[in-house]
Design a protein around this ligand. Structure first.
Ligand code: PNS
Length: 158
């Protein structure tokens, strides 16, 4: 049985993330989505607990996907839960370079491999930070997020 770990800030989870999770879940027996606290990103919209809730409700119908939260190194979490691979999405060359560096460092530390999935072009420009900004300024974010996230954002920025 191969378990994969999909870590991210998910503030909030969006359709690009969901697309990556659903595609990855087809290739692995279990996919664990980890909402990872990132002290360098303190301009977020939701608490870690809210992000977990939103990820859970966005992925609720998928039996081999679970969601948890974590503070610390992703490779330590992978070891703790017995995940053999890390899964990430890449939208662009800029994403690729960041992911390449993290994948290389994670591989150096623990020999864990990272599988990079190319983002569906429908979501190539979708990013949580833009969703937060558009929502804050009263723009339309419905095409980028699931129904539970839309509802939560509308309440958050009402
Ligand atoms: O959704 P994001 O913000 O691109 O996710 C980045 C995240 C949380 C996956 C990354 O910052 C991360 O892995 N943080 C945990 C700390 C860690 O393992 N750092 C070493 C990376 S080489």
């Amino acid at each position: 049985m191969v378990k994969a770990l999909f870590p991210g800030s998910f503030d909030p989870i969006h359709l690009g993330h969901i697309d990556i999770a659903l595609r990855a879940a087809k290739y692995f027996d279990e996919l664990v989505v980890a909402v990872v606290g990132n002290p360098q990103k303190n301009t977020g919209a939701f608490t870690i607990e809210q992000r977990v809730e939103l990820a859970e409700s966005s992925l609720a119908s998928h039996q081999n996907i679970s969601v948890l939260s974590y503070n610390g190194l992703v490779v330590d979490l992978a070891k703790d839960i017995g995940a053999e691979v890390i899964v990430k999405g890449v939208r662009s060359i800029a994403d690729f370079e960041v992911e390449r560096q993290m994948a290389e460092l994670n591989q150096n530390m623990t020999r864990i491999d990272t599988f990079l999935l190319v983002t569906n072009p429908l979501y190539g420009a979708v990013a949580s930070r833009y969703i937060r900004e558009i929502a804050r300024l009263g723009g339309e974010i419905a095409p980028m997020v699931s129904a539970p996230v839309l509802d939560a954002i509308q309440k958050r920025f009402a």
